[in-house]
Design a protein around this ligand. Structure first.
Ligand code: C2E
Ligand code: CA
Ligand code: CA
Ligand code: CA
Length: 277
């Protein structure tokens, strides 16, 4: 091998070793982070598309590690899914989000709370019972809790997922299909799932103002969703132009940086007081 090629190979190996090492460190640190409450939730407001009023919040997990720095959910959630730690992560997320919802309710802040689930959560036989218990313990209404699931999480074990979602819905919880449009299934295939809401993926919303194809895809998806009696949510709304277009197209709920980034609970309260429309 030429010297430069050797160098390249060494760089490559070093690079992949580094990311391998980081993944390993993340996996090793996760159990402690769960047990010792080092994870945090941020909340991103959801807005009524017509009125521009806040109508909910999505809980999004955050992890700041002493040595490893900020670990984004896109980085550690897939690892936690592989290791199985996700089961404990999700249960912590649900408990923390419901604690927050209960506290806010006491403060007169009454909003729909959404949490994200993974494939493994849907496969756990006791998941609906867990949610029922946590809601009851806080005297919270199941109808104020939305569970967001992706198509791939559902397809991992369709039968179990269907059963679980049905149980959750019988409790009174709302089910949202997240990242819609990035998977392979059509709405026709998904129509048998017990769903209440469809969340259009950000990738279609970003180009809404400039890309005619995105507008066609979004418009036809919104129409179809409404015919299937699903509420529609658009995420990744970064500009007023997207809001205007989505309102014309009849979208129900919006989420995105145009309104607010995900915020720590106290920041969220401040935002509600000072900046919310
Ligand atoms: P997601 O569920 O699709 O969440 C939306 C992501 O888009 C969030 O990233 C949010 O901060 C970001 N976002 C919201 N509005 C905008 C916008 O206008 N522009 C742009 N560019 N981005 C926007 P985040 O918080 O980094 O989460 C990434 C993903 O990690 C989530 O995607 C979800 O799949 C996963 N995740 C986050 N928290 C949890 C959790 O508690 N449990 C599970 N299972 N997954 C989670
Ligand atoms: Ca989500
Ligand atoms: Ca999403
Ligand atoms: Ca996503």
């Amino acid at each position: 091998l030429a010297r430069s090629e050797k160098q390249l190979l060494a760089d490559y190996q070093q690079g992949s070793d580094e990311s391998y090492l980081r993944r390993l460190q993340i996996l090793q640190a996760l159990p402690d982070a769960i047990v010792n409450r080092k994870l945090q939730l941020h909340y991103q407001p959801k807005m009524d598309c017509g009125t521009g009023q806040v109508n909910g919040a999505e809980a999004l997990i955050r992890w700041q590690h002493e040595q490893l720095g900020v670990i984004r959910p896109d980085e550690f959630i897939p690892l936690a899914e592989q290791s199985g730690d996700i089961l404990r992560v999700t249960r912590w997320v649900c408990q923390a989000a419901l604690d927050q919802q209960q506290y806010w309710l006491e403060q007169g802040i009454d909003i729909q709370m959404a949490v994200n689930l993974s494939a493994l959560d849907l496969q756990a036989d006791d998941f609906a019972e867990f949610i029922a218990t946590e809601l009851r313990a806080r005297h919270l209404s199941p109808t104020k809790l939305t569970l967001e699931v992706t198509e791939s999480a559902v397809m991992a074990d369709l039968e179990k997922a269907q059963k679980r979602l049905k149980e959750l819905r019988e409790l009174g919880c709302k089910i949202a299909l997240d990242d819609y449009g990035t998977g392979y299934a059509s709405l026709a295939q998904l129509k048998h799932l017990p769903l209440d809401k469809l969340k259009l993926d950000q990738s279609f919303i970003r180009g809404l103002d400039s890309d005619a194809n995105d507008r066609i895809i979004v418009q036809s998806t919104l129409s179809l969703a409404h015919e299937l009696k699903l509420q529609t949510v658009a995420e990744g709304v970064e500009e007023q132009a997207a809001w205007r277009l989505l309102r014309q197209m009849g979208c129900d709920t919006l989420q995105g940086y145009y309104f607010s980034r995900p915020l720590a609970a106290v920041e969220f309260e401040q935002w509600l007081k000072n900046e919310a429309p």
